[in-house]
Design a protein around this ligand. Structure first.
Ligand SMILES: NC(=O)c1ccc[n+]([C@@H]2O[C@H](COP(=O)([O-])OP(=O)(O)OC[C@H]3O[C@@H](n4cnc5c(N)ncnc54)[C@H](O)[C@@H]3O)[C@@H](O)[C@H]2O)c1
Ligand SMILES: [Zn+2]
Length: 361
């Protein structure tokens, strides 16, 4: 299968995202081409490491690099300053220097963690992303946001730092648990709604193949998602305006994650519900046709994602508290990204709390 390449245009920091099966094996050659130093560190987690560390390690050694393997625990808890410090200590012990580089091998957790380590160690050394979850391939590995969590909240410490290269190896998705895979699809569908009606229609048509992880069907879809995120990010790298459209479904989604506690819903599941609810709000505020909301809801359903939330009274209260605490809330109104039609959204839309309540029922 041909390798698809998406280029992220950020002046002197521009880089390529390559998408194809079996790309991990090509890493060594790619790093030679990028003229990176000999010493490097692969940061991975137990799951991704178990399946892919050997391949990545061998590919680097074959081309004369000397990699150090750093394996962190799987899951969100690895995104902590403690883990960052442990990584620094190992990098220093392995004598990584300014020309050395870091490879992030795993999902969004590893990408955010390793990216932040790369951004800060010696004030920044090059880094390469090897995303192995669908969410990481279409979302977290694109755009340069890196960081870790504090007890006070998620992603509170971080840096904008771009990788030198991203390799999306489609084969890595084979081992991904079904629920994680479907959660990633929620972000894929989002790109259709916010930016690309033909992509949305393609998803409606090809969903059965995509659910089977058919590489021929997946490859153009992942490439298009990366292209959309890259386009949005190139226009607004540090989130002053347009980049906000990537948060469609996330205002509700984050409030769901907050009120149910992290763990009940995966992020993708929370934003699937969020997108359906925000489509309903869009009908009221921007005149999104009802038929479009039905198409949106139906696509999430077919992807096996939740589209509705059942609250207890206490959860409902927590939900609206979370909503009002949202940094975008002001004077009894909450700011949303809303859809005018599939493929076209507008950010900075003020919505009264009563409208949100009605859309939730
Ligand atoms: N930087 C950004 O712009 C950005 C954007 C969105 C999300 N994020 C961050 O991404 C994180 C979520 O990423 P995620 O959903 O990829 O979660 P994750 O990295 O925790 O991966 C999900 C699970 O799958 C496992 N795994 C990874 N690849 C695998 C594979 N190929 N086969 C089998 N198991 C595999 C992981 O070990 C983990 O248990 C969050 O911390 C979120 O804040 C960042
Ligand atoms: Zn998201």
């Amino acid at each position: 299968m041909a390798v698809r390449t998406v280029s992220v245009q950020l002046g002197s920091r521009s880089y390529a995202i390559k998408i194809a099966p079996s790309l991990l094996q090509t890493l060594g050659g790619e790093c030679t081409r990028l003229k990176l130093g000999d010493r490097c560190a692969i940061i991975t987690d137990r799951n991704a490491g178990k399946f892919f560390a050997r391949t990545v390690f061998d590919s680097l050694v074959r081309k004369g690099f000397s990699p150090l393997l750093i394996t962190v625990a799987a899951g969100e808890t690895a995104k902590s300053l403690r883990t960052v410090e442990k990584c620094y200590d190992q990098l220093a012990a392995h004598r990584l220097e300014r020309k050395s580089f870091i490879i992030a091998l795993g999902g969004g957790v590893v990408g955010d963690l390793a990216g932040f380590v790369a951004a800060s160690y010696l004030r920044g050394i090059p880094f390469v992303q090897l995303p192995t979850t669908l969410l990481a391939q279409v979302d977290s590995s694109v755009g340069g946001k890196t960081g870790v969590n504090l007890h006070a909240g998620k992603n509170l410490v971080g840096a904008f730092y771009q990788p030198r290269l991203v390799l999306c190896d489609l084969r890595t998705l084979e081992t991904l648990p079904e629920r994680e895979y479907r959660a990633g699809l929620a972000e894929v569908i989002k790109y259709g709604i916010i930016y690309d009606a033909p992509l949305f229609a393609r998803l409606e048509r090809d969903l059965p193949k995509i659910l089977r992880r058919d590489e021929t069907a997946l490859s153009p879809v992942i490439a298009r998602c990366c292209e959309i995120k890259a386009e949005v990010v190139s226009q607004d790298e540090t989130e002053r305006g347009l980049r906000a459209i990537l948060n469609f479904g996330h205002t509700i989604g984050h409030a769901i994650e907050n009120s149910f506690g992290y763990g009940k819903y995966l992020h993708g599941e929370a934003i699937a519900i969020g997108q359906v609810v925000e489509a309903k709000i869009s009908e009221k505020i921007l005149g999104l046709p009802e038929g479009e909301t039905r198409r949106i809801e139906s696509l999430f359903r077919q992807a096996g994602l939740p589209v509705q939330i059942k609250f207890s009274g206490a959860q409902r209260k927590k939900f609206f508290d979370a909503m009002r605490l949202d940094k975008k809330a002001k004077d009894g109104e909450v700011q949303f990204v809303l859809a005018r039609k599939i493929g076209k959204v507008e950010f900075g839309q003020r919505v009264p709390v009563e409208t949100i309540e009605r859309a939730l029922d």
